[in-house]
Design a binder for this molecule. Structure first.
Ligand code: TRP
Length: 333
């Protein structure tokens, strides 16, 4: 089958992956790999933007994320999996690209502003969206699957493309379109459904990690916040806890929300949670079996990275040469 275009996406190796990553990102990638020419990356250079989090176990986290890609269904024979730092073209292009976007425009990125208010930030964090643009523009990507929180970064990349192409009067870069995963951005903490499922201090009880044991899954789902109504109905505004659980059920169980409502019409939260535990655990059990069968096989994991790197260099070297030529950074023959 002919591919519908190229896709690039990445996950930062900053910690243990959880259900938010699975439903929001990996489940989606798994489907995309059959239709698009996919490059999926462990974006370790992006991880450096949080020096505190990555300090002790970056290397371990890189292999964790890589093995999880595969355990969650990414097939290295279909999709290309690469480690961002191994291809220096990413960092090189990001230096080039920062000159084709306004300082004020980068400063307006909400993700940066949020972090800036909370704690000391590095200049690397400020430049995060520029490196992300390089990831994408290096490969002439048609689409980028991202959560809604990354949409603004993608728009920045599109602005760079316009600016670059108009300055040089040539189509040096191709404008990528977002593929927004509607469900993904919606997975919430089980303990506080007003917040996104993502790791911050002391909220582990609300997160199902992909390597959680069965008893943890049982206890986390059993204790998930719901409401006093005991009615399985999707209503994000008034029933955020139940709606979040339904979203998880729907994504993994591959069943429409309306079907879930019908199925549990006369049943209790307890019945619903019991089934949800089965659905989630069955999936995690499969993922874990695969994960533990490969995580210690560094030879295999390295071979996956080798072939991903080879493919990515093949494309990126050509792009970098083309861009250098347009800018005038090349020697005369
Ligand atoms: N910024 C993305 C995130 O935090 C990760 C990422 C890095 C990415 N480079 C990318 C996603 C390129 C898509 C395309 O989720």
């Amino acid at each position: 089958m002919e591919s519908k275009g190229r896709i690039f996406s990445g996950v930062k190796p900053t910690g243990k992956l959880h259900l938010g990553h699975y439903i929001g990102i990996l489940l989606n990638w798994e489907k995309l790999q059959y239709e698009y020419d996919c490059i999926f990356s462990v974006v370790d250079l992006h991880a450096l933007t949080d020096p505190v989090k990555v300090k002790d176990n970056l290397q371990e986290n890189i292999y964790h994320v890589l093995a999880m890609f595969i355990a969650c269904g990414i097939d290295p024979l279909k999709a290309h999996i690469m480690l961002q730092s191994e291809n220096s073209d990413h960092a090189f292009l990001s230096w080039i690209l920062q000159n084709y976007i306004g300082y004020g425009q980068v400063k307006r990125m909400t993700q940066f502003k949020d972090q800036y208010q909370k704690h000391n930030v590095t200049n690397g964090l400020f430049n995060y969206p520029i490196l992300m643009a390089a990831d994408i523009l290096l490969y002439d990507c048609a689409y980028v699957p991202v959560g809604i929180d990354q949409k603004q970064h993608l728009e920045l990349a599109r602005d760079m493309v316009d600016r670059f192409n108009s300055i040089y009067g040539q189509q040096g870069f191709k404008s990528p379109s977002p593929l927004i995963n509607k469900v993904g951005s919606k997975v919430k903490l089980l303990s506080d459904p007003s917040k996104k499922m993502s790791k911050s201090d002391n909220n582990e009880k609300g997160i199902i990690f992909l390597l959680d044991k069965k008893e943890d899954v049982i206890s986390k789902i059993s204790r998930a916040v719901t409401d006093g109504e005991n009615k399985i109905k999707y209503d994000e505004a008034n029933k955020p806890g139940v709606s979040n659980l339904m979203q998880i059920y729907s994504s993994i169980g591959e069943i429409e929300i309306s079907e879930i409502e019908k199925k549990y019409e006369n049943l209790s939260y307890q019945d619903f949670k019991k089934d949800l535990i089965d659905i989630v655990w069955n999936r995690l059990d499969k993922i874990q079996n695969k994960y533990y069968s490969i995580i210690d096989d560094k030879e295999y994991l390295n071979s996956v990275l080798d072939s991903g790197l080879e493919y990515s260099l093949f494309l990126s070297n050509k792009k970098v040469e083309e861009i250098k030529k347009i800018i005038g950074l090349k020697r005369l023959n």
